[in-house]
Design a protein around this ligand. Structure first.
Ligand SMILES: Cc1cc2nc3c(=O)[nH]c(=O)nc-3n(C[C@H](O)[C@H](O)[C@H](O)COP(=O)(O)O)c2cc1C
Length: 186
């Protein structure tokens, strides 16, 4: 059975990011995949402590809510990541998580090697402003990091204008998210 791991960087349980992620999950589950979800707003998450344990071990020394994450990613076929745009970037919660993904790469001082390459990735973003350019740099930033992990971006959905939402557009993107979830399962 295939497996996907979902990371939700939105603190709003019923926000647009969460709703679009839910559609990806529904699509993937409809095809019979196993889904593991991490809520990046969980109060049990600590930031990276810079101990460099992960330079010599394929895991993280911090024993908290994210502790099972490396193993989950290792076993997964695909990763789904979602975040709202806060101040032109991913949320603080998502950035704390991103630092904790340092074990995704090996670095012997000369060469950086991805430890768990080949994952397919879907990304989801929501932003208040209707202009996609507002979130573009933040989206590029995290997409580049995923690429450096050897992960392949399959689709990226950006719902813009949540201050005055176009609900028809949101429906279209919800359907796209569902299909993305179905397509993750091969
Ligand atoms: C602290 C904060 C900063 C934000 N910064 C931006 C921003 O820079 N650009 C923007 O378009 N929207 C910004 N927003 C609006 C959110 O992106 C918007 O409300 C989005 O729908 C939140 O996602 P959610 O519905 O998944 O919670 C900001 C919201 C908050 C709370």
């Amino acid at each position: 059975m295939s497996k996907i791991v979902v990371f939700n960087g939105s603190p709003r349980k019923n926000g647009y990011t969460a709703k679009l992620l839910e559609q990806v999950v529904k699509g993937a589950k409809a095809k019979g995949t196993e889904v593991i979800e991490f809520d990046l707003n969980d109060p049990g998450i600590r930031g990276c402590i810079g101990c460099y344990y992960c330079r010599t071990h394929a895991g993280c020394a911090v024993k908290d809510y994210l502790q099972p994450m490396c193993e989950a990613i290792k076993e997964a076929d695909a990763i789904v990541f979602g975040s709202p745009i806060y101040y032109y970037q991913i949320t603080g919660q998502a950035k704390v998580w991103l630092d904790r993904t340092f074990p995704m790469i090996e670095n012997d001082g000369h060469t950086i090697t991805p430890r768990y390459p080949g994952k397919r990735v879907i990304t989801i973003f929501a932003q208040g402003n209707s202009d996609p350019k507002v979130g573009a740099d933040g989206i590029k930033y995290i997409t580049n990091i995923f690429e450096s992990y050897g992960w392949k971006l399959e689709d990226s959905i950006q719902f813009c204008g949540t201050n005055n939402p176009n609900l028809q557009k949101f429906e279209e993107l919800s359907l796209k998210a569902f299909k993305d979830g179905e397509n993750l399962v091969r």
